[in-house]
Design a protein around this ligand. Structure first.
Ligand code: NAD
Length: 344
């Protein structure tokens, strides 16, 4: 049977992307919904071939324990609630797929990893871009030597947020501004394409004092990462600039350009090497479907997911250092990391 998931939180991402994607997934199915608005939940349930009995209030989360057909939960809540629901899921023996960012800082994220390990359940960070053929083709070109020795990378992920009241602008719910929300894509994919960990970071941020949206969180961050071998990566993220997502890798013998690099659909990759330029084509795919299918298969096989909780913790460590660097104006050295292969 397909692996059954309870979707926790019925906001924009769940309603518009995840539930439709999981319905067409090969290995997973939506088995239950957890929400504060039971009426809305039941309307969803009816639209998605579930029954009223499949809809749970947050307070009744623990009753999912008795649902043999619910193997795992997919947490799609504001960032600061990820830890609470991960720990509650671990206590009732359910595997956890958790939206990015894993939490609000490295300590909180590590607590989630520890809770799942102690309970013997899987924890996967929902980094959809690590499951697409486009991002894998970029990684393969970089790590396979097609571009020669890699020198520089840059990445942009910016978009305009207009609502000062959204949880994304509240520090206690979001853990930061555009950095953990959209800048995280640049950070995570820079690490993914290189397959190594940054040694130090240097950053600057801007937080206007006269804009009600940015009372608690920054508007823009620019950060630089230094990777082993003297490779430098620069990234820009903001809630104040028109939607743009890019990734560029510059090697001695070629380059890779993704633009858009992080949108849900329409990703595009241009590879340039000694033999000229190519634009790889792939069969159409749904990023969320690929990610959820991976989680479902790993649950079935009893294997660690490709992007486990530790992957989310590492990004939080780096983001904590980015904020520290921006605050102090100093380069921040990162603790040596055993590398992703250590936890996969
Ligand atoms: P949203 O605001 O649309 O939905 C949030 C949901 O949480 C709503 O159902 C809301 O009712 C519920 N909620 C419970 N307690 C809440 C509280 N105290 N304050 C506000 N809402 C509360 O948000 P979203 O865009 O669906 O984002 C949810 C999560 O998904 C976030 O962690 C976000 O970073 C992540 N996300 C990931 C992607 C991706 O591409 N992977 C895209 C968008 C969002």
């Amino acid at each position: 049977r397909r692996v059954g998931l309870a979707i926790v939180g019925l906001g924009k991402l769940s309603a518009e992307e995840l539930i439709p994607a999981i319905r067409t997934s090969k290995h997973a199915r939506v088995a239950a919904l957890v929400t504060s608005d039971l009426e809305e939940g039941r309307a969803f349930a009816r639209a998605f071939d579930l029954t009223d009995e499949d809809v749970y209030a947050y307070e009744d989360f623990e009753t999912l324990k008795d649902r043999q057909d619910v193997d795992g939960v997919y947490i799609v809540l504001p960032n600061s609630l990820h830890r609470e629901y991960t720990e509650r899921a671990a206590r009732i023996g359910k595997h956890v797929l958790c939206e990015k960012p894993l939490s609000v800082d490295a300590a909180d994220a590590q607590a989630m990893v520890d809770a799942c390990r102690a309970a013997g359940v899987h924890l996967m960070t929902a980094y959809r871009c690590q499951y697409t053929p486009h991002h894998w083709a970029t990684r393969d070109a970089v790590q396979g030597g097609k571009l020669g020795s890699i020198k520089l990378l840059d990445s942009i992920h910016v978009q305009v947020e207009t609502d000062p009241e959204t949880w994304r602008m509240k520090l206690d719910l979001a853990g930061g501004g555009p950095l953990p929300d959209v800048g995280l894509y640049s950070l995570n994919i820079l690490r993914f394409v290189l397959g190594t960990e940054p040694e130090w970071v240097f950053a600057a941020l801007r937080q206007p004092t006269n804009d009600p949206r940015f009372r608690e969180v920054e508007e823009s961050v620019s950060f630089m990462l230094s990777f082993p071998g003297g490779i430098i990566a620069n990234a820009l993220t903001s809630y104040g600039a028109h939607k743009t997502t890019t990734l560029r890798v510059l090697g001695e013998e070629g380059s890779a350009l993704m633009e858009p690099a992080f949108t849900y659909t329409g990703l595009s990759l241009t590879l340039t090497d000694k033999s000229g330029q190519s634009i790889p084509a792939f069969d159409s795919y749904d990023q969320f479907g690929l990610e959820v299918d991976h989680f479902a298969q790993r649950i079935r096989d009893g294997k660690t997911p490709w992007t486990p909780g530790e992957e989310g913790v590492q990004d939080h460590r780096i983001m904590d250092a980015i904020y520290q660097s921006a605050r102090t104006g100093q380069v921040v050295q990162l603790e040596k990391h055993a590398g992703q292969d250590a936890f996969r």
